[in-house]
Design a protein around this ligand. Structure first.
Ligand SMILES: *[C@@H]1O[C@H](CO)[C@@H](O)[C@H](O)[C@H]1NC(C)=O
Ligand SMILES: *[C@@H]1O[C@H](CO)[C@@H](O)[C@H](O)[C@H]1NC(C)=O
Ligand SMILES: *[C@@H]1O[C@H](CO)[C@@H](O)[C@H](O)[C@H]1NC(C)=O
Ligand SMILES: *[C@@H]1O[C@H](CO)[C@@H](O)[C@H](O)[C@H]1NC(C)=O
Ligand SMILES: *[C@@H]1O[C@H](CO)[C@@H](O)[C@H](O)[C@H]1NC(C)=O
Length: 423
C-alpha cells in the first residue's frame, strides 16, 4: 500500500510545527494511517471459498441494510454471529452502531490473490472515498484500493458523485479452510487501537503462534488498522462437489443456514462435528427423512449393547439439484451420546457496552456453553461474548469509536510526559 499524498504533506507540515504537537499528532497519525499491513493469500484458478470479515457498524443499521452492504443473506449473517435468526421480522431489527460482527463472505481469486469482489456500494450525497473506506466499511478497504478497483483517477480528489456505483474489494483468505490440519474459517480482522496479538488469539480461541504463522509475522506485533487473518476453529462438511453448499464450514459456537433456508447447521460447543437440523425458515422444503428409516435430519437414536453403544443417525449430506440429501449412518461407539448441546443463540443486541481499553475485561465465555436448545434466548442487550472487541480479553475498543476514545489516552500520556519533564 502507498502513503496517501495528503497524509505525507500533512506529516511534512507537522515537522515544521511545534515539536511536541507534531510528536503527538504523528503518533496519532501512525495509528490511523494507511500504512497498514494486510495478509495476502496467492491463488490461482477461479474457485471461491468461504471466509469472514470482522466489521464494526459505523451507524445504527437495519439487519437488511447491513446485509445489503456486504451482499450477504440477512439470516446467514445473524446465524454466523449466533444471533437469533428465527425471530419474526428480523430484517427490520436495528443493530447498534459500534457492534462488532463477523460477516460471511465469498472469497474469490482475483488477479492472483484471494479477495472478495462481490460487494458494490452506491455512493450517497456527501460521501467521500475516505468515509466509505474508513467508516462505512470500517477500515476493511482503503480509499486507494477503492480508487484502483474502480479505475478512478486521483485527480477527482476524495469526492464521490451521489449514485455512483463502486466495487468494494474486501480482504479475505481461506488457506484451504484448514489450520495445522484442522478445519478453520478465516476472519479478516481490522486491528483496533489497544489490541494485542495475545488478546486477539484468546478472543478467537487460537494461539499467538498460529496467528503469527498464518500472517507471516516476524514478531507478535500489530498496529491499529492492520488487517490480519485469524483462523477460527470450525466444523467442516464433506458434501460432494456437486452440492451447492460444497465446502460449507461453520466456526465453533455459531450457525450457518443452507439448502434455501431449509437446513441449519451448528458447530460446538462440545465437539467440532457439524450438526444439522431442519431450519423451519422456508415455506417449503424437500423431504428431510432418511431413506428406509423414520429418522429425520438431525435425529439420533442409540441402543446400548454388550459391545458398546449402537448409534444410528440421519445426517444432512448437502443440497444437490435443489434437493436435500440425507445419509443414514450407524456406528458402534464406546458410550451413548447425551442430548445434543447447541451453541447459545442470543437476541440481536440493541445497544453496545463501550468500555475503555484500560479497564479489565470480563471472561469471554461467561454466558457461553450449555443450553440444550437453539431456540433459547438469553434476555438483555449486551455486547456479544467472543464476537465483540468491546468484550474481548484485551478489552479493546471498537474501530468506530477508536478515534474518540483513543485521543484521551494520548492526552493523558502527554500530560504525564510533561509532568515528568517539568520535574
Ligand atoms: C486442502 O485440504 C484438503 C482436506 O481438507 C486436503 O485433502 C488437500 O490436500 C489440501 N490442499 C492443499 C493444497 O493443502
Ligand atoms: C468451542 O467453543 C466452546 C465454547 O465457546 C469452547 O469451550 C471450546 O473450547 C471451543 N473449541 C475449540 C476447539 O476452540
Ligand atoms: C427428529 O427431528 C425432528 C426435527 O428436528 C424433531 O422434531 C423430532 O423430535 C426428532 N425426533 C426424535 C425421535 O429425536
Ligand atoms: C444397530 O442398530 C441398527 C438400527 O437400530 C440395526 O439395524 C443394527 O443391526 C444394530 N447393530 C448392532 C451391532 O447392534
Ligand atoms: C442434477 O441434475 C442434472 C441435470 O439436471 C443431472 O445431470 C445430474 O446427474 C443431477 N445430479 C445429481 C447428483 O442428481
Amino acid at each position: 500500500m502507498h502513503t496517501s499524498p495528503s497524509k505525507r504533506i500533512l506529516s511534512e507540515t507537522l515537522k515544521m510545527a511545534n515539536p511536541l504537537l507534531s510528536f503527538i499528532l504523528l503518533v496519532f497519525l501512525s495509528i490511523t494511517s494507511v500504512h497498514s499491513k494486510s495478509t495476502i493469500e496467492p491463488c490461482s484458478g477461479s474457485d471461491t471459498c468461504p471466509a469472514m470479515v470482522g466489521y464494526t457498524l459505523y451507524a445504527d443499521l437495519k439487519v437488511s441494510e447491513l446485509a445489503t452492504l456486504f451482499s450477504a443473506d440477512p439470516v446467514s449473517l445473524l446465524a454466523a454471529n449466533s444471533l437469533d435468526f428465527s425471530l419474526p421480522d428480523i430484517d427490520h431489527r436495528i443493530l447498534p452502531s459500534g457492534l462488532f460482527l463477523k460477516v460471511p463472505i465469498l472469497c474469490s481469486c482475483s488477479d492472483g490473490i484471494r479477495r472478495s469482489v462481490s460487494t458494490t456500494y452506491r455512493a450517497r450525497p456527501s460521501d467521500t472515498l475516505g468515509f466509505v473506506a474508513g467508516s462505512v466499511f470500517a477500515g476493511l478497504v482503503s480509499a486507494d484500493q477503492i480508487r484502483e478497483a474502480n479505475s478512478l483517477s486521483g485527480g477527482g480528489g476524495d469526492g464521490l458523485e451521489a449514485g455512483q456505483s463502486l466495487v468494494i474489494p474486501l480482504p479475505c483468505t481461506c488457506f484451504n479452510s484448514s489450520d495445522n490440519g484442522f478445519p478453520a474459517v478465516y476472519l479478516s480482522y481490522v486491528v483496533a487501537a489497544g489490541d494485542t496479538v495475545a488478546g486477539i488469539a484468546a478472543r478467537y480461541s487460537t494461539t499467538v503462534t498460529d496467528i503469527m504463522a498464518v500472517n507471516a509475522m516476524g514478531a507478535p506485533v500489530v498496529k491499529a488498522g492492520d488487517i490480519i487473518s485469524v483462523p477460527l476453529p470450525a466444523c467442516a462438511s464433506n458434501y460432494p462437489n456437486s452440492a451447492s453448499d460444497y465446502g460449507l464450514i461453520v466456526a465453533n459456537g455459531s450457525y450457518a443456514i443452507s439448502a434455501s433456508h431449509c437446513v441449519q447447521c451448528s458447530c460446538g460447543p462440545g465437539d467440532l462435528n457439524l450438526y444439522c437440523t431442519p431450519a423451519l425458515l422456508a415455506a417449503s422444503c424437500s423431504s428431510m427423512q432418511c431413506k428406509n428409516s423414520n429418522l429425520m435430519v438431525g435425529n439420533v437414536t442409540s441402543q446400548s449393547t454388550s459391545a458398546g453403544c449402537n448409534v444410528t443417525s440421519c445426517n444432512y449430506g448437502g443440497f444437490i439439484n435443489g434437493s436435500i440429501v440425507t445419509t443414514l449412518s450407524t456406528s458402534l461407539q464406546p458410550r451413548c451420546p447425551g442430548q445434543h448441546q447447541f451453541p447459545p443463540l442470543l437476541p440481536p443486541p440493541s445497544s453496545v457496552i463501550r468500555e475503555s481499553f484500560l479497564s479489565p475485561a470480563p471472561a469471554p465465555a461467561e454466558s457461553g456453553g450449555s443450553l440444550t436448545t437453539p431456540k433459547s434466548s438469553v434476555p438483555g442487550t449486551i455486547a456479544l461474548p467472543g464476537s465483540s472487541p468491546a468484550n474481548g480479553p484485551s478489552g479493546s475498543i471498537s474501530g468506530a469509536c477508536s478515534l474518540v476514545t483513543f485521543l484521551p489516552g494520548y492526552f493523558i500520556l502527554t500530560v504525564l510526559w510533561l509532568f515528568y519533564f517539568s520535574w
